[in-house]
Design a protein around this ligand. Sequence first.
Ligand SMILES: C[S@@+](CC[C@H](N)C(=O)[O-])C[C@H]1O[C@@H](n2cnc3c(N)ncnc32)[C@H](O)[C@@H]1O
Length: 315
Amino acid sequence: MPTAVSLFSGCGGSDAGLRAAGFDVIMANDVLSYARDLYVSNFDDTEYVLKDVRKIEHFPKADLLVGCYPCQGFSQAGVRQPDRKINFLYREFVRALRQIKPKAFVVENVSGMVREDNVHLFNNQITRFRMSGYRVSAAILDAREFGVPQERRRLFFVGMRSDLGLKYEFPDPTHSISADTENGLPPCPTIRDAIGDLPEWPEGEFDTQDFHWYYLSRNRFRGWDEQSKTIVASSRHAPLHPISPRLLRVHTDKWIFENDAPARRISYREAARLQGFGDLHFPETQGIASRYRVIGNAVPPPVFQAVAEAIPNVW
Ligand SMILES: C[S@@+](CC[C@H](N)C(=O)[O-])C[C@H]1O[C@@H](n2cnc3c(N)ncnc32)[C@H](O)[C@@H]1O
């Protein structure tokens, strides 16, 4: 079984995909204690190092290195500050890459990285990967094209060690996102497919804060037979559950509920299903904001699985 070291592992979305692709994840790392708690209570065969990656001196040898470094500076939702210190954690990833020298690596990040104001960071990363001895491919993948019922586009870098003489090709979609399925692919599952069997009003499992003006400054609603809006880390900004009334647009930044029927955000458990996780056990060590946070930060496992499975068999 090929081995993998995972950095910025969170609660293990990327690593669940790696496991499904047949990798043995020998080490995971993050600074968030609830990410560790959720990870180890669902996947107990990995050594999880809970500390700042900058304090890890030695990384174990492995065939594959993966890392989804934080993206606050690039994300549409977050503050757009391309020079924030947090954006330079990719240098830690490169440090690990140079130490481990795996046959391949995979990085996931937000698609905003290729926007004009961040493109210098995008190019800088490619240059550092190349200088570390890797042939790099990059692509933006849409999670819906890999069977995840959620609008989520993310940037992936995959590098193959240059001495292997191979170039990585990204996988073809496995699902169709348009109504037209003439391409022979099955349609992407819907919200109903993913969460239709769960309780309608799971008391205590969803954020009940008011729907403040910022929440209602955009459409947070998707119906049962659509795919979910992006699952984000902030519980306050979780999309509406489809039992809620639809939102009607009043003007550019103002939406209102079409009637007074009860409305609620999706729960953290529903968020996990919409991210493509199986049913997870959520430890009680922290409250619901932490649960939403680590699930919203995760890479959808089916997407990571497809990316990892497309790596040529060099193991
Ligand atoms: C995009 S999330 C990773 C998601 C994860 N790969 C998954 O699929 O569940 C980025 C992670 O980097 C972690 N992080 C931020 N700064 C860090 C640091 N200095 N050392 C280690 N981890 C850090 C965050 O806590 C967060 O969980």
